[in-house]
Design a protein around this ligand. Sequence first.
Ligand code: SF4
Ligand code: SF4
Length: 478
Amino acid sequence: MHTESPSHSLDLVDQARRRASDPLPSAFQGVDIPRHGDIINCMHCGLCLPHCPTYTLTGEEKHSPRGRIRLIKTIAEGGLEITPGFVESMHFCLLCRACETACPAGVKYGELAEAARAQIEISGVLRSRKRSILRALLLRGLLTRPRLLRVVARLLWINQWTFQALARRTGLMRLMPRRLRELDALAPRIPGRFTRAMVPETVRPEGKPRCRVGLLQGCLADVVYPELNHDAMQVLRHHGCEVVMPRGQTCCGSLLGHNGELEAARRQARRLIEVFERAEVDWLVITTAGCGSFIREYGHLLSGDPDWAERARALAQRVRDISEILVELGPRVPTVPIHRRLTYHEACHLRHGQGIAEPPRQLLALIPGLEIVELPESSWCCGSAGIYNITNTDDAEQLLERKMKNIVSTGADLIATGNPGCMGQIQHGCRSRGLALDVVHPITLLRESYGLPGPPSGLLGRPRRPLFAQGHGGLGAT
Ligand code: SF4
Ligand code: SF4
C-alpha cells in the first residue's frame, strides 16, 4: 500500500478550503502551465476511477484522475500551494493514461499531468530526496548521453557475468542491502552486443523500395533489447521497405517529459527532428511504445516555439508503431510455425497513449501454430511505467503481482508485448516467481515465423538460432 510521511498527510482538500476565503495568486508559473481548457473539460463524473491503477490500490480520491485534476485546478486558481502531498500524488501516478481511454469528455490527462510535474520541478518542492537523486542520475545523467549509457551498460554487462553471478551463486547477494537486492532483481540482462554491432545504418530490399522508413534506435532499447532493432529492420525489408537507422540519434525525451523535465525534453526533441529530417524518411517507425506515444505529441511539446512547431508536427504525423505500419503495408503471410500458447499484454503507451489495440493482435494471429489466449485486464499497467518500478518499487510490485496472476490464469507459456519496458518488468515478474515463461516483442515472433535470420550473437557474430519457431528453413535466408 502506498504510504505518505506525516508532512505529506495534510488533507489537501481541507487546506484548499481554508485558503478559499483568501485566494493566492496561482502557484503555477512559466510556459508549462496546465491548460485551463483541459482542466475545465473534466466534469467530475468519476467514470475513469475504476480504470485507474493508483486509485484501485489506495481507494483515495487524491490518487484518482478526478482527484488529481481537482488539485491541479485548485492550485491553478490560487486556492492551494504546491505541497509535498501534491508532489507525492502526482508522482504516484503512473502516467499510464488508462483514464484518458475511459474518459467520455476527452480530457487530456497526460498533458495536464506532465505540465503539473513540470510545475513541481520549477517549485523546488521535493518528494523523497533519495528518489529525486536516483531520478536525476537516470534522467539527466544517463539517458541524454547515449555514449555514456553504452559505457555504463558495458560495465553492467561485465558486472553481471562476474561479481553478480558469483554473488548469486555463493549466496552473497542475500547479505546485500535490501535496495541493492531490489535493483539487482529489476536489472535486465545486458546483451553482449548493442544495436550498432548488429545492424548497418541502411538496408535495402531487393528491387525498387516501396518506401523509405526511419527506425528509432531508442536509448534503453539500444543497450537492453538491441535485437528489436535488428528484427524490425529485417521484417520491414521483407515488406519492401528501405530502412535507415540514422547514426547520431539521441533519446526522444519521453522519460524526461513524463517526469516534468519538459525543457530538457524539448532539447532532445529538436535533435531528433533534425536527425530524421536529414534522413528524408517517409515514416518514422518505432518498436518502443513509450517513445512512439511521446513523439506523436512533439507538436504539442514544441507548440510555443515558432521555429520548431511545424517541423515537430510534421515528424509527429509520420510516426508509426511497427505493428501499425505492417498492417498498413499489408502484412506478408508468415509460414514457419510457432507451436506455443501465447497471451498478449497491451503496453499502456500503445493502447492508451496511441490508441493501438488491434494491429499487434492481427499480426500475431497470422503466425501459424500459435494458440492465442486473451489476457484478462490486458491493458492494466504492469508497473513498469518508465522508471516508476525503480522510483516506486513497492507500488510497482503490487501492480506486477496483479499482472502475473492474470498471466498465469491464461496457461500461456509465451507473453508478447510491444514495449521494452513492459518486457523487462514482466521478465522480472517471471524470474522472481520462478515461472519458466518467455517474454517477447511481437516483431521477434514475426521475424522468426518469416524465416528471417536472427541477430548476430557470440564472438563470431553468427545469426542467433530461432528461439521460438520450429521447422525453420535455415539461417541466413532472407
Ligand atoms: S477525467 Fe473524464 S472520466 Fe474522469 S472524472 Fe473527469 S470527465 Fe469524468
Ligand atoms: S494516468 Fe494512470 S495512474 Fe495516472 S491518474 Fe490516469 S489512470 Fe490513474
